[in-house]
Ligand binder design. Sequence first.
Ligand code: NAP
Length: 481
Amino acid sequence: MICVTGLPRTLAEAGHLLSRAHEEGADLAELRLDLLESVDLPRLLRNRPLPVIVTARPISLGGGFRGSEEERRELLTEACRAGADWVDVEYPFYKPFPRHRARLILSFHDFQGVPEELEEIVERMGDIEPDLLKVAVHAKGTADVLTLVRMQRRAASPSIFLPMGPWGEPVRILYRRLGAPWTYAPLEADQATAPGQIPLRELREGFHAMEIDDQTRLFGVVGNPVAHSRGPDLFGRAFRSFGWNARYLRFPLDDANLLRELLDEFGVEGASVTAPHKAAAVDAIDGLSEDVAMIGAVNTLRRSESRWEGANTDGEAALEALEEVTGGVGGKSVLLLGAGGTASAIAHALWREGAGVTVANRTLGRAQALAGMFDFEAVPISELGSLRTDILVNTTTVGMAPEVEAMPPVGPLLRKGLVVMDAVYAPRETKLLREARAAGATVIDGMEMFQRQAERQFRFWFGRGIPPEVTEAFLRAIPRT
Ligand code: NAP
C-alpha cells in the first residue's frame, strides 16, 4: 500500500490532498494536522474517500504544532472521534488517550541519525503493543540502511523501518518485499514531509512499487552518486517490454566493503557498478577473468548461486562505437584522455585491436601507470600542443554536468578528419563535441557507448539483448543538451 502524506494549512487543502490521493491510486493518506487551524474535523473526515492517519507533530520533533502536549492530545482525540482510521503518536510523548475506533501507530523519529540505542527504544515501543510500530531515522550511509533493513526483516509485529534521506531510496521502493505494510509518498516532490520521499506517481508508474513481491527479480546500479544514472530508465523499459516481473533500482553505496552485503541483503541478482567503486568491486567477485584482472575494474556483477561473477563492458562498447565510424582502430593513432576506470577498460580494448595509444592525464603518474601496462605513451594533459592523432577519446569527467562549459585542453587538435568520442553522456552534446563538430571532426557521443555497454550488461545477466526499439525509444527521450 502507498500512504500519501502532506502538510495542509487549510480545510480546502486537506480536502484536496485526500481527493487527489484517492484519484491517483493511494490506499491511505496521512493528514498532518500540525499547521491546520480551527478545522471542522468531523466534516473533513466524514467524507474521506480513503482511510486516514491523523498526526500532529510538535516543533521539538521537526513538526509545526505550537500548542501544549495536552492540546495536542485533545486535537488527536477529536480527530479519532471524528472518524480517523489511524492515529500516529510519537513514542517519547505517548500517553493513553481515547482513540475510539482509530488504530495506534507508535512512531519514533530522529532527523540526525540512527541512535545507538535504537534496538532498546524499539523494544520499549513494542511493550506498548501498538497496532503498528514506525521508526523513521536519518541514514548517513549504507551501513545505516542495512541496520534498518535488518530490523525490518526481524520485526515480529507490524512495523515500518524507514531510513530517511537519499540513501534509503531502495527501502521506500521495496517496502513490501522487506515486510512493511506501506510506504509514505508525497503527491509532488516539493510536498515531501521527510527527506528522501519519492512522489506517488513515480512510485506507482515509474517503479510499480505496489506490485513488487518475493518473485520480483532485482537488479540495480551501485555507486556514489547514482542519482544521475540512466540505467533505471533503459533497463526498466526493457523489463516492461518483455513483461518481466523485474526491477532495476539505484543502490547508493558509500563504502565498497559493504558492496556484497548490500546486494545480498536486498536480494539483488545483477548490478551495474559505477564510480567510484569499479576498481574496488574487483575484490567482491569470486573468480577473475583474465580481461577483468588486466583492466583492474568491473562495471557489471551477476550472482551465480552463492558466487559473484564480474565483467567489464565499457571497453568493448567504446570499441564498437569507434569501429562503426572508423571501420576499425587497428594501426590507428588514438589519444586517450584520462587514466581512470573507463580509460583502463578502453585502453585494454584498443590494445587488443593493435591501436597506437597515447594516454594523457592531469595526474601524469596515473597516465604512466596505465600506459605502462600496455606499452603505450603517456603525457601530461596540459602538454598536448597540437599533437596529430586519428582518434581522440575523452574519458575524463571534464564537461560533465554541472560544469557543462568546461572541455579538456584539446582545442588546437580539433580538425577535419579527426574522430572524437566523448564518454561523458550528461549532457549528451558536450562542449568538446560541439567544438569538434565545428572544426569538421566526426563526433560520437557518450550515449553511443552507454547503450552498447548496457546492451552487454543485459546479455551478461539474461543471455539475450535489449529489443532495438526499446533502446531507440530510450535514446529519443534523452535531450541533446
Ligand atoms: P574516474 O575513474 O574517476 O576518472 C576520472 C578521470 O577524469 C581521471 O583521469 C581524472 O584525472 C580526470 N579528471 C577529473 N577532473 C579533471 C579535471 N578537472 N581536469 C582534468 N582531468 C580531470 O572516472 P571514470 O569512472 O573513468 O568515468 C569518467 C567519465 O566517463 C565520467 O564522466 C563517466 O560518466 C563516463 N563514463 C561513461 C560511460 C558511457 O557508457 N558513456 C561509461 C563509463 C563512464 P586525475 O587522474 O588527474 O584525477
